[in-house]
Design a binder for this molecule. Structure first.
Ligand code: BMA
Length: 335
């Protein structure tokens, strides 16, 4: 993968730690995980499944939207800023949405946010409560004012993840139709929109894998961070779920999607990249969950830092090289 081209702005100072000596892992965990503890706010029960982007604002170089469940166990989204992408100043008050049609603007709950920068705006998508979970969308330019748009889909839907540029002249999003509960099924679909109000031309992307082929992703799958554009296709990190005798286990792996027709999957990893193993991934409010929602990357060095929720309680970080991950995905593809 020496000649792999990677899109995106330069990020030479992104969070990073070299692969530990003797490790042959494609993605390795940060030695100081978790980077955000459950009690970072005075009211928080847990902070996880959260999204960050490069964003300059005074002394800060990064901004993010964080899933903070409070001690009523209400699911809320809070804004945070960081100098180095590791230590985060998360605001005590949850984020405020403006401008929505009052019929959909009434807040019920929100969780598992993602952020995509498209042109000069940052688009937040999240699982938004509206007679059940669906995909909410809001845009911001300053991480202060968030302008809420129409929900993208009918309930029930989760894991709405936008692409970082228009495709075929349209906004594009991956999502995972689901149910009102702890959905025991789930495929990833692709939808497009000319105006961020009406979404259509829905296309199937991929289903769970056969148990005999890749068990960690045999029950349901869902898109993770905003896909990364490379000359080998969109690099997508996605989570997969296995039902064990002790409940659901959430791991994540990688896939490559066609650049202009992203519902066409060109490679998909059989082995996982990260599966719950460390105490902070295996112990918490929901044991055995590693759930990626964001990635920072630097095109010149190929470095990527993946932010993932751990056991629905805290936030962790894992590092890798995009060319190696692309090669791993192709070499171990189950297609
Ligand atoms: C999913 C979502 C995620 C969560 C996961 C494991 O359905 O609710 O937020 O991390 O379950 O509990």
């Amino acid at each position: 993968m020496e000649n792999l081209r990677i899109a995106g702005p330069a990020l030479p100072d992104m969070p990073w730690e070299d692969r530990p000596a003797g490790s042959n892992e494609v993605l390795w965990r940060y030695s100081a995980n978790p980077i955000i503890g459950r009690h970072a706010l005075s009211t928080s029960n847990s902070i996880f499944n959260s999204a960050v982007v490069p964003f300059r604002n005074g002394k800060y170089n990064y901004a993010g939207v964080f899933r903070c469940d409070d001690t009523n166990r209400r699911m809320r989204i809070h804004v945070g800023f960081s100098v180095d992408g590791l230590k985060w100043d998360i605001e005590e008050a949850d984020f405020r949405l403006e401008g929505a049609d009052p019929e959909i603007g009434e807040w019920a709950y929100g969780y598992d946010p993602r952020v995509a920068k498209i042109d000069d705006k940052y688009y937040v998508t999240w699982c938004n409560g509206y007679h059940g979970p669906t995909i909410g969308i809001a845009w911001t330019e300053d991480f202060r004012t968030f302008h809420q748009l129409e929900n993208a889909f009918l309930p029930y839907n989760r894991n709405g993840v936008m692409f970082p540029r228009k495709i075929g002249g349209k906004f594009a999003m991956l999502s995972r139709p689901s149910d009102t509960g702890h959905t025991p099924f789930g495929d990833i679909f692709y939808s497009e929109s000319p105006d961020l109000c009406y979404w259509g031309r829905h296309r199937h992307v991929m289903s769970p894998a056969a148990f005999e082929v890749s068990a960690w992703q045999c029950m349901k799958i869902g898109a993770g961070p905003v896909p990364i554009e490379t000359s080998e296709g969109w690099l997508l990190f996605y989570h997969g779920v296995l039902r064990s005798c002790n409940g659901y286990v959430y791991a994540f792996g990688s896939a490559l999607l066609d650049l202009e027709e992203p519902w066409k999957v060109t490679a998909r990893s059989g082995p996982y990249l990260i599966s719950p193993r460390e105490p902070y991934e295996c112990m918490g409010d929901v044991p055995n969950v590693t759930f990626p929602c964001a990635a920072l990357h630097d095109p010149a060095t190929g470095r990527v830092a993946v932010y993932y929720g751990c056991a629905d309680t805290v936030t962790g970080l894992a590092f890798g090289y995009i060319p190696e991950i692309v090669e791993f995905t192709k070499k171990n593809s189950i297609l």
